[in-house]
Each structure stands twice: as structure tokens, then as C-alpha cells.
Design a protein around this ligand. Structure first.
Ligand code: IPM
Ligand code: SF4
Length: 464
């Protein structure tokens, strides 16, 4: 018998009914995360059919996409962008109350972006199936969980049954040889992977990231890497749990009571040496440099020391971005910078951005917004004085939420502006109508804020 991959082991642990030619497998869901945007119709279906939530204890809700990042006005009211946004928040509140689901509400010190709070609270465990009506659920794969986004209809299924129909995806090993060099981050690794695989190179697969450069990453870095798996079309991304994972979980409220026993079981969750994958690719980690995107899809990315490559993005995409083939990436002028999101809104990301801004100023033509991904990150950053560093440099420091990653809450750029953003999607109009997005690491974002053009942070002496 040949060995098994990490994915296969997690799949087996959670299979209720095997897949058959005429029907998908049924998986048990260990953690169902819920947010205000994709849950309302699912709850409506439950109501229409008179169904209850099967496992409120395995369900956790938070408010992130629609919430303003500015504090309440003089009237005590939050400055919601639209009535619809306010309504989504109120609807989630009502649904959670009705079904006994724990909600991290706006006054809850544990609230944050959905993919931040699961890990922070210790609710994301190795070996679990984690789902959410949100594509970047892949983030949780950093713990060796099988984590993926589901549609609103499936959100309803999981609420009602705690189970999910699923066809077994194929396995793809993404192996890194060697170590990252100074000033290069998990975000650059992720963009390098997507650039290599292409926008749909991962379609139908679960990626497993392996190699010493992955093992050397903190949990924050692993989350950044897994977060972006979906942008190569993959179903999920995973990293085998190890001492770094166990140390992160230790002492968190949602960690198992008998952590030692759990760690013994989790330690088996790694691919066997003789396991076979359906596909594999190897990247040289030491050759990766700070990356930036130049097109309107995350795979249109290149090293910042280079230029826009020939024939990799359409004329329409380059026209929208206002760049041309052969143009040096470092010549791209920047109007705004956004540091935040479930990709790069964690404490390590803010520390990195602050390390570059300390003692420097944001260029006078650039507006910079820093949005912590959760209340916990905000508190930690303020304790360390990072908020002061950002403010003194001329950046704005806001309340936690998705913010300009998706611009659903009113935080957006003006038409034609170019934003260097630490988020995960550079689609047309993602950060506001006509706004152009360059995806990059927090170090690159901060360095670009200082110089006013897309900048390799190593030129400012950055060490990740
Ligand atoms: C709003 C939500 C459905 C969406 C997603 O699924 O990812 C959002 O979080 C995003 O990042 O585009
Ligand atoms: S921060 Fe961005 S990518 Fe993450 S959940 Fe929010 S909108 Fe989606």
C-alpha cells in the first residue's frame, strides 16, 4: 500500500459516507464560519423549511465585510456605506439570536475578519473540515485543516446538517526548495506560486505546501500562503501541522482541553514519504524576490526588480492598469496604499509595515490606510505603539474589517487611482470603480507609500 497525503488523511477522518459514482462523499464539518454577506438566504431557507441549526456549538459568526472602519459619529451611529450594509449586520444578529449561534458582534473584543477569528480563538484545528460561505476559507488550511469556501445553498445544508456533499479533489504538491532571503515574505511566495500555476492551474486540486521555507514560516505566514491558494483556482491549500502550529494553538480558548492528546493525533497529519500526488511543482524559494501584480488577475505578477513581461496579460488588462509590456514595475506611480485584509492584516504584517515607516513619512501625494484584521490585532498593535508609528508617518489607522480589500463598507479609491494593496484580489473595480490594484506584501506596500512608486522594500533596508 502506498502512503497517504495530508489531504487524504484529513479527508478520511471526516468522511461520513464515501463517494460513489452517482453521488459525492458526505463530509462532517468541524467548524462552520458565518458572516453577514453570504448567510441571509441560507437562514431564510431554514426558516421556510422549519429547520433548526444542527450544531450551533460548531458554528461561529462574525461581522466583517460591511462594517465601517470609522468610529460612530456624534449621533452614536456607525457610518454605514449603505442601508443594505446596515441591514446585513442586523439580519445576522437576528439570525444568530434565533438559532443560538455565537456571534462576535461589533462590541465584542474578539471580533474580526472571519478568517482571522477562527485561528485567533483556537477554533481552527488541524484535521478538521472548516467551511464558510467565503472563498478565502482556504486560509485555515495553514493549520492542516481541510478548509474551503462554499456557496450560499451549501451554507444552508451545513447549518441544517453539519454535513456537506463533496467530490474528492485531486492533490497538488507545491514544494519550495531552499529558504527565503531577507525582505521576502509569505505574500511574495504566494504570488510566485500563482504566477507559476496561472489563474486556473490549481482548479480541481488541493495544494499542499511543503519544504523548509514553508516549515520556517510562522502561522501568520502560512495563513497568508494558504489564503491565496484560491487565486490559482485551487479548492484549498494546506500545510502539515507541526510544533509551530501546536505552539500557536496552546492557551487559546478554543484549543482542545486535552491538548497533549490532540497533538499526538495531529502529529499523524503529514504526508507519508511514499505518498503520491496527482501533480507537483517545485519552486526555488531563494530565487523569489518581492513581487507585485501588473494586471487584473493575481497571477499577473512579477518580481519588482523586473518589468511587465511580454505576452502574459491582455492589452485590455494592461490598458486598464495603464502599464505596458517591458515597463519597469518600479516606475508604477502610486496614489494609495492599503495594509490589511485576511491576507495581510495580522500582527506580523503590521509590524513589518511599521518597521519600514518608523522614522519615515508617507509621500505627500499618497494616502495610506492601515486596517487591522481583528480587534485582537488592533489591541496588540496599539500596545506595541504601531498605531503611533503609522499616524506619525501620515497613515490612517482604522477599526477592524475587510475594508478596502473589497470596498463594500465605503472604504475605496477614486476612479483611476492606483492602489498598492496587501489583499488578494486585483480584479477591475474591486477597490472602487475604475480603481487599479497592485497586490504586494506589507513591506512593499509600506515602502511604496514612502517613495510614491512601486518599491522593492529591500532598497529601504527591509528585513522580513
Ligand atoms: C463576499 C464574499 C462572498 C467574498 C468571497 O467569497 O471571497 C469576499 O470575501 C471576497 O474576498 O471576494
Ligand atoms: S478581507 Fe477581503 S478577501 Fe478576506 S474575507 Fe474580507 S473581502 Fe474577502
Amino acid at each position: 500500500m502506498t502512503g497517504k497525503t495530508l489531504f487524504e488523511k484529513v479527508w478520511e477522518r471526516n468522511t461520513v459516507t464515501e463517494e460513489a459514482p452517482d453521488r459525492p462523499a458526505i463530509l462532517h464539518v468541524g467548524l462552520h464560519l458565518v458572516h453577514e454577506v453570504t448567510s441571509p438566504q441560507a437562514f431564510t431557507v431554514l426558516k421556510e423549511r422549519g429547520l433548526k441549526v444542527r450544531r450551533p456549538d460548531l458554528t461561529l459568526a462574525t461581522i466583517d465585510h460591511s462594517v465601517p472602519t470609522l468610529p460612530p459619529g456624534p449621533d452614536g451611529e456607525l457610518p454605514y456605506a449603505t442601508e443594505a450594509a446596515k441591514h446585513q449586520v442586523e439580519t445576522l444578529r437576528q439570525n444568530c439570536r434565533e438559532h443560538g449561534i455565537e456571534l462576535l458582534d461589533l462590541d465584542d473584543p474578539r471580533r474580526g475578519i472571519v478568517h482571522m477569528v477562527g485561528p485567533e480563538l483556537g477554533r481552527t484545528h488541524p484535521g478538521r473540515v472548516v467551511v464558510c460561505g467565503d472563498s478565502h476559507t482556504s486560509t485555515h488550511g495553514a493549520f492542516g485543516a481541510l478548509a474551503f469556501g462554499i456557496g450560499t445553498t451549501e451554507v444552508g445544508h451545513v447549518l441544517a446538517t453539519q454535513c456537506l456533499f463533496q467530490r474528492k479533489p485531486k492533490t497538488y504538491r507545491v514544494h519550495f526548495e531552499g529558504q527565503l532571503t531577507d525582505g521576502v515574505t509569505a505574500k511574495d511566495m504566494a504570488l510566485a506560486v500563482i504566477a507559476r500555476l496561472g489563474m486556473d492551474g490549481g482548479t480541481g486540486y488541493v495544494l499542499e505546501y511543503t519544504g523548509e521555507a514553508v516549515e520556517a514560516l510562522s502561522m501568520e505566514g502560512r495563513m497568508t500562503l494558504c489564503n491565496l491558494s484560491i487565486e490559482a483556482g485551487a479548492r484549498a491549500g494546506m500545510v502539515a501541522p507541526d510544533e509551530t502550529t501546536f505552539a500557536y494553538l496552546k492557551g487559546r480558548p478554543g484549543a482542545p482541553d486535552d491538548l497533549d492528546a490532540a497533538v499526538r493525533s495531529w502529529s499523524e497529519l503529514r504526508s507519508d514519504p511514499d505518498a503520491t500526488y496527482d501533480a507537483s511543482v517545485t519552486l526555488d524559494a531563494s530565487a523569489i524576490t518581492p513581487m507585485g501584480t501588473y494586471g487584473v488577475s493575481p497571477h499577473e505578477a512579477a518580481g519588482l526588480g523586473g518589468s511587465v513581461p511580454e505576452g502574459t496579460a491582455s492589452d485590455v488588462a494592461l490598458g486598464y492598469m495603464g502599464v505596458h509590456e517591458g515597463q519597469e514595475l518600479s516606475s508604477i506611480k502610486v496614489d494609495r496604499v492599503f495594509v490589511g485584509s485576511c491576507t495581510n492584516g495580522r500582527i506580523e504584517d503590521l509590524r513589518l509595515a511599521a518597521s519600514i515607516l518608523r522614522g519615515r513619512r508617507v509621500d505627500e501625494k499618497v494616502r495610506m490606510l492601515v486596517v487591522p484584521g481583528s480587534e485582537a490585532v488592533k489591541r496588540e498593535a496599539e500596545t506595541e505603539g504601531l498605531d503611533a508609528v503609522f499616524r506619525e508617518a501620515g497613515a490612517e489607522w482604522r477599526e477592524p474589517g475587510c475594508s478596502m480589500c473589497i470596498a463594500m463598507n465605503g472604504d475605496r479609491g477614486e476612479p483611476g487611482e492606483l492602489v498598492v494593496s496587501t489583499s488578494n484580489r486585483n480584479f477591475r473595480g474591486r477597490q472602487g470603480e475604475g480603481v487599479r490594484t497592485v497586490l504586494a506584501s506589507p513591506a512593499t506596500a509600506a515602502a511604496s507609500a514612502v517613495t510614491g512608486h512601486l518599491t522593492d522594500p529591500r532598497t529601504l533596508g527591509a528585513e522580513a
